[in-house]
Design a protein around this ligand. Structure first.
Ligand code: HEM
Length: 509
């Protein structure tokens, strides 16, 4: 027999529900008002109006091109987008101040963690303080070790000969119709490479419920939708949609679910193969945080994203620029040809030879200057501060440095800043880095400088030298403007199709 609830009790439940909804409603209205006041969402300055109405798109292909224009026009190299509450700077003195001098006042901050929290969790890209210090120490021990460096080089060379060169050869053998999507090819290559380097695993040993292409698509979706969260003028809207499981937030949740399956399988396999005597990054972390699978999942995702997207984006941008500058390819081939022929059986340049290729290094730096994989990066100001150029930044303001715009500033690189000229990095034939790392924050700089910089440079140079010495790669952009998809690293909308042909006879590199 079911006992009926007394009338008074039902009333209490109803009252409680009503009170709850009133409270939530009042909270939402109050938060909106606060946001309106703080962000000046009604702002009618021409920049904010252009942002809100997307009218900038009439003149520029991408938001980063529009921001570059605004930053070039600004006397200080700094602008503020009121509706986003975002101070954007391309001024090297400001960049040094936020990344180094006043590092503690410009952490990633809670708003950033909220935007990327579902995807990156507590991974190194998304945390500050002790949790960041711990992961940075572990990762720099792993990535800095001589053993890991030489293992990484062998892995990269192996992936080049196993995957990249056969794919390009079979494409070239198709004759005139031999076309490949460079972006897709480099993503597949760098994904496999980072799986081996960071987790000591071969793609073939992973027992996955869906094809790898689905994981790749899930990464792209999650990166795109997380970036859209970061560009929202009213974060409350995506937060509400997330709470209710609606629209793009539902899509993001699904994509993250797929990514989680991959991360879980990576952890399972690493555990199965044993991690006590393995030197890969994941094994090192497992030695310290074994049992905390959620934390290990966050670490796996961060390194997959770092290793796949940024390197693939850098390589794609490089071949786009190279295709437009055949003189640079000729100069690179000349340098490659001067290297002594003490190569291994497969004709790859050795680690030391790659280091000696100053022109190639200069060409890579130059392409990353014009097409940086991470186009901009934000921090949040903890306490009121004043940047070196005199810009006031209030507590909780988002402050963004913009490598894409910085690569196009005449004040930093001179009037020929828009040209692709590897020579600007050379003095008497030797590669010379920028006099201040804050003029070129492509790998960030200061206390959170990219930990994979050496690895990324080695990987990119090894790939480039192998391809350039064997093939001609002609990008089929057909004069179409370069459009980027929103994402955590630069992704070309529609990929980058290229025709591949063998260079006369195969030359050894
Ligand atoms: C061309 C390739 C690459 C570029 C342009 C690049 C650029 C960057 C940038 C701009 C950051 C700062 C991001 C932020 O704080 O939000 C960063 C951080 C980082 N990168 Fe890279 N990266 C590249 C490749 C790699 C690779 C291959 C790895 C390693 C597997 C790696 C590992 C990391 C790590 C661990 C951090 C976090 C550092 C910290 O927060 O202390 N990166 N990278």
């Amino acid at each position: 027999m079911v006992e009926e609830a007394p009338e008074g009790a039902a009333l209490t439940v109803d009252h409680f529900a009503l009170l709850f909804f009133c409270f939530v409603g009042a909270f939402v209205v109050f938060s909106m008002l606060l946001l309106l006041l703080r962000r000046r969402l009604w702002c009618s300055c021409h920049v904010c109006k252009a942002y809100l109405s997307s009218s900038w798109a009439g003149e520029f292909d991408n938001p980063c091109d529009w921001f570059t224009h605004l930053l070039q026009e600004s006397p200080t190299g700094t602008i503020h987008i009121h509706v986003l509450g975002n101070t954007i700077t391309a001024n090297p003195a400001n960049v040094e101040y936020m990344l180094n001098t006043r590092f503690d006042n410009f952490p990633k901050g809670k708003p950033f963690s909220a935007v990327l929290g579902d995807l990156l969790g507590q991974g190194i890209f998304n945390v500050d303080g002790d949790m960041w210090r711990f992961q940075r120490k572990m990762a720099s021990l792993a990535l800095g070790s001589v053993y890991v460096r030489s293992y990484a080089f062998r892995t990269v060379s192996g992936e080049i000969s196993r995957f990249l060169l056969p794919l390009l050869s079979s494409t070239a053998d198709l004759g005139d119709g031999g076309v490949v999507d460079l972006q897709d090819m480099f993503r597949r290559f760098s994904f496999d490479t980072i799986c081996r380097i960071s987790f000591g695993l071969d793609r073939a040993c992973l027992e996955l419920p869906v094809p790898m292409s689905e994981f790749a698509a899930a990464f792209d979706t999650a990166s795109r939708l997380s970036a859209l969260r970061g560009a929202a003028t009213m974060p409350l809207i995506w937060k509400l949609k997330r709470l209710l499981g609606l629209g793009l937030e539902k899509e993001l949740k699904r994509a993250i679910g797929t990514i989680n399956m991959l991360a879980e399988e990576v952890i399972r396999q690493r555990r199965k193969l044993g991690f006590e005597t393995s030197y890969d990054l994941l094994s090192r972390f497992m030695g310290s945080v074994e049992g905390d699978d959620q934390y290990l999942r966050d670490i796996v995702i961060s390194f997959l994203l770092a290793g796949r997207d940024a390197v693939a984006s850098g390589l794609t941008g490089f071949f786009l620029l190279l295709s437009q500058h055949p003189n640079v390819a000729i100069a690179m081939r000349r340098e490659i040809a001067t290297m002594k022929r003490n190569r291994d059986g497969e004709g790859f340049a050795s680690y030391d030879q790659l280091k000696q290729m100053h022109y190639v290094q200069a060409a890579v730096y130059e392409s990353l200057r014009l097409l940086p994989p991470v186009q901009f990066d934000s921090k949040f100001c903890v306490e009121d501060d004043v940047l070196p150029d005199g810009t006031f930044v209030g507590k909780n303001t988002r402050v963004t440095y913009h490598p894409y715009a910085m690569g196009r500033m005449a004040s930093i690189w001179g009037p020929d800043c828009g040209e692709f000229k590897p020579e600007r990095w050379l003095r008497d034939g030797a590669f010379l880095p920028a006099e201040s790392p804050y003029k070129y924050p492509v790998f960030q700089g200061g206390q959170r400088v990219c930990l994979g910089k050496e690895l990324a440079m080695m990987e990119m140079k090894a790939v480039i030298v192998s391809i350039v010495s064997r093939f001609d790669v002609e990008v089929l952009q057909g004069g179409r403007p370069l459009k980027f998809v929103p994402g955590l690293s630069a992704t070309i909308s529609g990929g980058l199709a290229a025709r591949v042909s063998r260079r006369g006879s195969i030359k050894k590199a």
